[in-house]
Design a protein around this ligand. Sequence first.
Ligand code: DLL
Length: 439
Amino acid sequence: MVKTLWDEHIEVLPREILSKIQLNRLRKVLARAYHNLPYYRRKLEEQNIDIYNITSLADLERLPFTTKDDLRQAYPFGAIAEPMHNIVRIHSSSGTTGSATVVGYTSQDIEIWSQLMARTLAGCGVTQEDVIQVAFGYGLFTGGLGVHYGAEKLKATVVPMSVGNTLRQIQILRDFGISVLCCTPSFALYLAEVARENHVDWSQTRLRLGIFGAEPWSEEMRTEIEKKLPIKAFDIYGLSEVIGPGVAFECEFHNGLHISEDHFFPEIIDPRTGKVLGEGEFGELVFTTLTKEGTPVIRYRTGDLSALFYEPCRCGRTLVRMQRVASRTDDMLIVRGVNVYPSQIESVILSFDGVEPYYQIVLTRENYSDKLEVQVEVSPRFFSDEIKVLEKLKKQMEDKLKAELNVSCEVKLLEPKSIIRSEGKAKRVIDLRKKEGVS
Ligand code: DLL
């Protein structure tokens, strides 16, 4: 039996004891933020809040949020709470919009992060016997180095591939007896496609586990990946402002992602009002780091939509479970007044046979009205079929999308391989509405 509990005493701790640890840590981090982070101190003073009056975890909701904008305005080092000589690593997230946020890590932060990533990988079933191909980017992005340090802490063998060069990735995967692949789900699909074209015989490899994250992916996408690669696929979640990967992970029961609550205190809020929501209610995830020295954040608004479940899991962990992140507060598209999430579109597309899991959502404006086009690649075996078959598929997809989204859209079936493959985070929405200058 594989030991998946890395921190046995913490991961299954009775919740009352966990709460005591959290409160103790919270008080320390609040003092650190107040004394060492001018931007947060200003917020507290503006609202006349004395952090020494925060005496319970429930009091946390009286504190102001930290936003991505706060961190951007603090660029480059204004969110760092330690003298620079105590900072041993810097990471930065550019995001797809706006300027970068910068986070600093002390030696202790790096040690805790490595432990948390070891916990994450162990939770997904990785052991010391595994050889791990890390195909997340190394560099300012936290994915590569985050997984790398955790895998070493676990004493697994790490192959630090970083992103790109898919053929070489496949060669290494075969030659080095890789058993665990870590990358974005979209890169896993691409790798599977290139492997198929190169007649890789999976039975000649040791691949058995896939650990994916850094971008939203659906249950249908998991099925698709598990069909194409000889693996069980696990979801890991994190963000650089909080630490990087290592915030939450799936166990073998795939019953939501366990949050490492001894280090990150989660809340779910209504993104419009900021009000804290109850267990199981869907809203925006907010994190307070409980042990970070370099860049602590208090009530950081992630923009990610999820819900929390406190009932213990069948794996025995008492750590709260978060629903997988399928969408963000800022990826909601408004199409002719109707709210549409790209994740809904993905689920519909992948429920069809005959198309590949490569798609793009293109929004334009015609005659003052939004036009939603979903471009999907047809499977090579279907593409040679008669036009009538393809037309039927297109119509069925359009009908199902309309039923799901409550707004009509046009499906455009593309030849195999027309959509650019992603090696990192996939970009699936192209919104041309603003550029056309009609508002
Ligand atoms: O993506 C950290 C990471 C690296 C997580 C490797 C997992 C694996 P950032 O670049 O700061 O950090 O992006 C963070 O990516 O707020 C989510 O919107 C999204 N995201 C990360 N993991 C998941 C996931 C890394 N498993 C942002 N599911 C987050 C859905 C995810 N979205």
